[in-house]
Design a protein around this ligand. Structure first.
Ligand code: KG4
Ligand code: ZN
Length: 346
């Protein structure tokens, strides 16, 4: 395989990102990865506002691209292609990215490759840890939660997933209900560190049912009830009570993910006993408690555990550039009619 250098763009949620990844004989190398978050813009609304996100992406993409190229020490002339998230995600943001990528590709005469955002996350363990196919992947983010067997860059089998909220979404809602800042994941994790996970009981939804499907919306109801009881009794949410609620919530999510991972691993290993490998990806994989527990589960099965560095667990464009290279190497390329897709299952 010859050396390929791709620019990647990501704008499907609330991070504007550009990256340059080079595929060398020895494997992929990230030359630059720039991520401009929009947390402050959405903070007053307690959640991501699609219109605000789309406008911010449109404003920031060019700057991110310039910064990534400069950091990588390359110009457009050094590139072999442009990869962009074409979905799934917030349509306005995805459109901003696709238009920007088309402009660059047309202007510089470069191939354009549309990438599924989920494939980007799913291939990250390969980009960062050099994990070979096949492997079992748990993708856990703000919008997604599913077990996938990754057979190849565009070949995934879904074993199960959430039937309602994604865990990241549940972390974000928990933070909102407890008056913590967004994104909720890191805030709840920090509070949970000094909380007692057993102080308040949270359910472990769907553990009594076979299979790998999960449910997290019930945790929100349990949290709301416990919070209201606390407020009614003490006239407000005491500091320690908040920590305990965060710890209890996080422990429930962790237990569910761990048990369902066991089931998924059993199913995966029945198919591919010669490749015992379990990888996690997506923003929630940045959670230390969850990560450690999943690592223990992998060890129970004698499976290799691969978790990307925190920065590459959350949304970024390096994963998009890499997934773009993988598609391109497999012969795929898109035309100027590439469209943004709000929904796009793997
Ligand atoms: O993958 P990602 O950046 O965006 C997508 O959803 O595609 O994931 C963001 C999600 C947010 O819901 C955020 O609260 C969650 O990942 N997250 C965490 C942590 N860091 C980010 N959840 C739990 N613990 C964390 N440390
Ligand atoms: Zn994501």
């Amino acid at each position: 395989t010859r050396t390929l250098t791709f620019l990647g763009l990501e704008s499907s949620c609330d991070d504007t990102a550009a990256a340059v990844v080079r595929m060398e004989a020895t494997g992929p190398r990230i030359l630059a990865s720039v991520v401009a978050g929009q947390t402050a813009l959405h903070a007053p609304y307690g959640g991501v506002v699609p219109e605000i996100a789309a406008r911010a992406h449109a404003e920031k993409l060019d700057l991110c691209v310039e910064e990534a190229l400069a950091e990588a020490g390359v110009t457009l002339a050094d590139l072999d292609g442009v990869a962009v998230t074409a979905g799934p995600g917030l349509i306005g943001g995805v459109m901003s990215g696709v238009m920007c990528a088309k402009g660059i590709a047309a202007g510089a005469g470069l191939p354009l490759v549309g990438v599924n955002h989920l494939a980007g996350h799913a291939l990250t363990p390969q980009l960062t840890e050099g994990l070979a196919f096949p492997y079992l992947l748990l993708l856990v983010s703000g919008g997604h939660c599913q077990f996938l067997i990754a057979h190849g860059p565009e070949d995934f089998t879904r074993l199960g997933g959430t039937i309602d909220d994604a865990p990241g979404e549940a972390f974000d809602k928990t933070a909102k209900l407890l008056g913590l800042p967004q994104p909720g994941g890191p805030a709840v994790e920090a509070e949970a560190m000094s909380g007692d996970p057993k102080a308040v009981h949270f359910p472990r939804p769907l553990l009594d049912r076979p299979g790998c499907d999960m449910s997290f919306s019930g945790l929100k109801t349990a949290l709301l009830r416990a919070r209201d009881a606390e407020v009614a009794e003490h006239g407000g949410l005491r500091r320690q009570a908040r920590r305990d609620l965060c710890a209890g919530f996080q422990a429930a999510v962790t237990d569910v993910l761990a048990e369902k991972s066991r089931r998924a691993l059993r199913e995966y290993l029945a198919h591919a006993p010669e490749h015992p490998a379990f990888a996690v990806a997506g923003g929630v994989a940045a959670n230390a408690t969850i990560r450690t527990r999943l690592e223990q589960v992998a060890a129970e099965f004698g499976a290799t555990f691969a978790a990307p560095p925190l920065k590459l667990c959350t949304d970024n464009a390096a994963m998009i550039a890499y997934a773009g290279i993988a598609r391109f190497e497999a012969g795929a390329q898109d035309g100027m009619d590439l469209s943004a897709r709000p929904r796009w299952p793997l």
